[in-house]
Ligand binder design. Structure first.
Ligand SMILES: Cc1cc2nc3c(=O)[nH]c(=O)nc-3n(C[C@H](O)[C@H](O)[C@H](O)COP(=O)(O)O)c2cc1C
Length: 334
C-alpha cells in the first residue's frame, strides 16, 4: 500500500525511487556506490565533496575520489566551493567526467572545510552564495542542486530568503540536512523544518538526517512531506536499507533481500580490491567497518580489530575471524 509518489523529476532525470545517497567524505566512493546499486533501491548516488579549487589538477584515472564504474548512475558530484572563480573550471571537469548532477555543498560545518571558506561558511554570506550559484548555473548543462543545513539559528525568515534565492538562481533541487550548523548528529533532526522549506520553494525538496530504519523513513516523510529522502550513515551501516524503504514505503517491486551480513562485507572488500589502488583500500575499509560493525552486539570488537590492523589483508582476515565467531554462515551442502 502506498500513496506516495515514487519518483520526482530533476531536469531530464527521473529520480526513482526518490531515495538519495548522501555525500560522505571517505565513504561514498566507487566501492560503496557499486555495492548499493547491487542491493538496489537507490535513485541517485553521490560522490563525497570534491574541492573545486583542486579538482582541475586531479587525474581522473587515478583519483579514488573520481573513480566510477558502469553501474554507478545516475551520479551526483558534490563540489565544495570557496570562491566564485573556482566554479566554472570545476564544473567543466565534472561535465567531462559525465556527471549527471552537480551539487553544491552549502552546509558542511567541519572546521577544516569552513577554514577554506566552504560549506556552511559560504552559506553565511548569501551574496557570495548567489554569485557561486549563478556561476555554476552558467557553467552547468546538467541539473544543479544544493545541500544545506537549517542555518546558524532557527530563523524562518532568513532560511526562507536563502532557499528562495537558491531556487531563483537556478538550483533545481534542495537537500536539507535538518539540523542547525552547530547541532551534533546525536540530536533529533528537525524534519518539520524540511516541510517548511518545501512550502517556500517549488523545486523538489529532499529530507536528510537521522534515517536509519523503514520506520524513520515513514516518520520523516510524514513530518516533512519531502519529495525524497537522502540517507547518509545508514548507507555503510545497512546498505540494504534503500531497497527496504523502496519496497515498503514506496511500493517499488523489489525482491525481499536475504541479507547475509558477512557476504555483504566480503563483497565490499572485493569491490575495494577491484576498484582502488592497494594504498587506498585500508583507510576506506576502516571507515566502512566503523559503521558496519553497528550491526553486531559485539561490533566494537570488529571495529577495533580492523582499526588496529597494519595492512589490508590483516584487516580482512580479522574481520573474517569476527564473522566466523559472531555470524557463522550455514555450511554449504551438496
Ligand atoms: C563521515 C561523514 C562524512 C560526510 N561528508 C560530507 C560531505 O562530503 N558532503 C556533505 O554535504 N555532507 C557530508 N556529510 C553529511 C552527510 O551528507 C549527511 O548530511 C549527514 O550524515 C546526516 O545524514 P544521516 O543522518 O543520514 O547520516 C558527512 C557525514 C559523515 C558522517
Amino acid at each position: 500500500m502506498t500513496s506516495l509518489p515514487s519518483r520526482f523529476q530533476l531536469g531530464p532525470l527521473t529520480i526513482s525511487p526518490p531515495l538519495l545517497l548522501a555525500p560522505m567524505a571517505g565513504l561514498t566512493h566507487t566501492a560503496l556506490r557499486t555495492l548499493l546499486m547491487e542491493l538496489g533501491g537507490v535513485g541517485l548516488l553521490a560522490t563525497e565533496m570534491l574541492s573545486a579549487r583542486t579538482l582541475p589538477q586531479e587525474n581522473a584515472e587515478l583519483s579514488p575520489f573520481l573513480k566510477r564504474g558502469e553501474v554507478e548512475r545516475p551520479l551526483s558530484y558534490q563540489l565544495l566551493v570557496g570562491d566564485v572563480d573556482e566554479v566554472a573550471p570545476a564544473v567543466a571537469v565534472l561535465e567531462r567526467l559525465g556527471a549527471e548532477v552537480v551539487d553544491l555543498n552549502l552546509g558542511c560545518p567541519a572546521p577544516n572545510v569552513r577554514r577554506r571558506g566552504g560549506g556552511s561558511r559560504l552559506s553565511e554570506q548569501p551574496d557570495l552564495v548567489r554569485r557561486v550559484v549563478a556561476a555554476a548555473r552558467r557553467a552547468a548543462t546538467v541539473p544543479l542542486t544544493a545541500k544545506i543545513r537549517l542555518g546558524e539559528t532557527l530563523d524562518a525568515g532568513r532560511l526562507r530568503d536563502f532557499c528562495q534565492m537558491l531556487a531563483d538562481e537556478g538550483v533545481e533541487m534542495l537537500s536539507v540536512h535538518a539540523r542547525l550548523r552547530g547541532e551534533p548528529f546525536g540530536r533529533k533532526p528537525r524534519w518539520d523544518w524540511v516541510g517548511r522549506v518545501k512550502e517556500w520553494v517549488s523545486v523538489p525538496v529532499v529530507a536528510n538526517g537521522g534515517i536509519f530504519t523503514v520506520a524513520d523513513a515513514r516518520r520523516c516523510l510524514a513530518e516533512s512531506g519531502a519529495d525524497g529522502l537522502m540517507i547518509g550513515r545508514a548507507a555503510p551501516t545497512t546498505p540494504w536499507l534503500f531497497a527496504e524503504i523502496a519496497r515498503e514505503v514506496y511500493g517499488v517491486e523489489l525482491p525481499v533481500p536475504q541479507v547475509n551480513r558477512p557476504a555483504v562485507y566480503r563483497r565490499f572488500v572485493a569491490l575495494l580490491e577491484e576498484r582502488l589502488a592497494p594504498e587506498r583500500r585500508l583507510g576506506r575499509l576502516k571507515e566502512f567497518t566503523h559503521y558496519y560493525a553497528k550491526n553486531y552486539a559485539f561490533g566494537h570488537h570488529l571495529a577495533a580489530a580492523v582499526q588496529s590492523s597494519g595492512d589490508f589483508s590483516e584487516a580482512v582476515a580479522r574481520a573474517a575471524a569476527f564473522f566466523a565467531e559472531h555470524d557463522p554462515e550455514p555450511a554449504a551442502c551438496g
